[in-house]
Design a binder for this molecule. Structure first.
Ligand SMILES: [Zn+2]
Length: 374
């Protein structure tokens, strides 16, 4: 394999291949925050937050790209000056030649993303999404002359259609008769202008994720022999396999709430954990959501969880959980998302090596929880 230098846009392509940007929440701003997509990257620093300290660390360690979980730019800036805290970071990043790229809620919900990593650290078995992601899938139906159906199906599969869970090349085919009459000025593949044709066709059905849609349609038009391709594109309400907010699974053996809290201190490397619920109650079915997962309290209860592990729990949310009979363990926003940095760096390293990129990946080790507990 030839070793080559990657560019910012290569890293963006890699990240969005693993954690598609269309999985991000609508309010979120993932992807390139600051920087030139064509700039070369030989060293990356991975951090949780895109603050001034992270940019300084990236620049000080010779990194051209800072990859963070939290995005830098949420609201439009009206002016770009060093007086504004966000403007100052943009200013600093541009001056020091550091591009900033973020993978936020797309990393949270993706299969093999942050919440799967948390479930793995908690050793949850049969972990699945707590709130599955829906509405990112399309049914594609296309009518193909029988002797061209294999070529068209091949082209669709190669472009990313036909994946259902661990299965690929999924399709359904029904034989029928298509009719058409070529109009004036057409050059039909079958038949002649002005005369109605009847052709043995196959109705070929498959599924396409939203992010592959334009590529699949482009390849369909190329591979299909007809001048005008007849196809239906139908949005599906199906959920995406393995994808969604939070995870829910089982501990190998139920433990007390206090014992699980003690385990969290080790796996999330934090000094304190806040508990809601009776300390001696047994918990076996565990929901987890990194960062701020209080919005999932009702869903965790509905799915039968004994406890929700997350961060950023507020007073009334704790009361709600008490009323519902759901225990909570709050290990903090920082501690439950910091694993993203370590795991993301490892994934980027493996993917870069597989592509033959000359790339160092460093972890920003100067980041600390902003909250101190005395
Ligand atoms: Zn967060």
């Amino acid at each position: 394999m030839t070793v080559r230098t990657a560019r910012v846009q290569d890293l963006l392509g890699l990240l969005h291949g693993l954690y598609p940007s269309d999985l991000a929440e609508e309010w979120d701003t993932v992807g390139l925050q600051v920087g030139d997509p064509s700039a070369t990257v030989e060293r990356i620093l991975v951090a949780l937050d895109p603050g001034g300290a992270a940019v300084a660390a990236a620049s000080g360690q010779g990194a051209q790209l800072l990859v963070t979980h939290h995005p830098l730019l949420f609201k439009p800036l009206r002016r770009l000056t060093p007086e504004d805290p966000v403007g100052r970071v943009v200013w600093q990043a541009v001056r020091s030649g550091v591009a900033i790229v973020s993978a936020h809620t797309n990393l949270d919900v993706a299969a093999d993303g942050l919440n799967d990593w948390l479930a793995a650290r908690l050793e949850l078995t049969a972990a699945e999404p707590l709130q599955p992601t829906a509405g990112h899938l399309f049914k594609l139906v296309v009518f193909v002359p029988a002797d061209h159906v294999e070529a068209v199906a091949e082209a669709l599969f190669a472009a990313g259609a036909g994946h259902i869970g661990g299965y690929d090349q999924c399709s359904f085919r029904t034989a029928g008769v298509g009719t058409f009459r070529p109009g004036p000025g057409t050059t039909p593949f079958i038949g002649e202008a002005g005369r109605r044709e009847r052709v043995e066709e196959i109705r070929l059905e498959t599924v396409v994720p939203q992010r592959r849609l334009s590529r699949v349609l482009e390849k369909l038009i190329k591979a299909h022999p007809y001048e005008e391709v007849a196809y239906d594109l139908v949005p599906l309400a199906n959920t995406l396999p393995g994808t969604g907010l939070g995870r829910i699974g089982h501990l190998a053996e139920p433990v007390t709430l206090t014992a699980l809290a003690d385990r969290l201190k080790v796996v999330f490397d934090c000094r304190t954990v806040r508990l809601v619920g009776a300390s001696e109650r047994a918990v076996g079915k565990v929901a987890v959501c990194g960062g701020s997962g209080a919005g999932l309290i009702r869903e965790a209860k509905r799915r039968g969880a004994d406890v929700l592990v997350t961060g950023d729990i507020k007073y009334h949310e704790a009361r709600l959980a008490e009323d519902l009979g759901l225990a909570l363990l709050d290990a903090g926003h920082f501690a439950t998302e910091r694993p993203a940095v370590v795991e993301l760096a490892a994934r980027l390293g493996a993917e870069a090596a597989a592509r033959g990129w000359r790339l160092d990946i460093l972890i920003h080790d100067g980041e600390r929880d902003p909250f101190l507990v005395r």
